[in-house]
Design a protein around this ligand. Structure first.
Ligand SMILES: [Zn+2]
Length: 143
């Protein structure tokens, strides 16, 4: 096991997909609720499975990406009601990771994107008590 230092506002977090597996919860079911009306219809008719080719705008590399993550990231997360004033901060953090394809972000970076609560408060929410929606620090050996 890697030694994990006490998380601070520069510690990177992400959605730990192993947490979802361990808890027998399917993140895809949860993510379907994040689809906008148009995408919901598309996914309902196609069953929404499969992968899409995705071209990295920086490197030009083509990777296969899960269609559901891709759709939320490129379409639904840009809708004005994806994250609203009334979205609880912890849910807004989860939605931010879904939107960016689960790229690790530090509390400081989350704070800059969301501008809802001071970083120290976000850190406390993410580190106190039970894991919520798999939001966890990225293991140090994966950073
Ligand atoms: Zn959409």
């Amino acid at each position: 096991m890697p030694i994990r230092l006490r998380p601070d506002i520069n510690t990177k977090f992400h959605i730990d997909l192993k947490w979802w597996e361990k808890n027998n919860r399917d993140i895809r079911v949860y993510m379907r609720d994040l689809l906008c009306d148009e995408c919901r219809e598309v996914f309902a008719s196609q069953a929404g499975e499969g992968v899409v080719d995705w071209v990295d705008p920086q490197t030009g590399a083509v990777t296969q990406e899960d269609a559901l993550w891709h759709t939320v990231g490129t379409c639904c997360s840009h809708k004005p009601d994806y994250i609203t004033e009334s979205t609880p901060i912890i849910d807004a953090i989860f939605l931010t990771f879904v939107a960016n394809g689960n790229q690790p972000l530090s509390v400081q970076e989350l704070y800059e994107r969301l501008d809802k609560r001071p970083p120290e408060m976000i850190l406390r929410m993410l580190t106190r008590g039970q894991t919520y929606l798999g939001l966890r620090p990225v293991p140090t050996d994966e950073q």
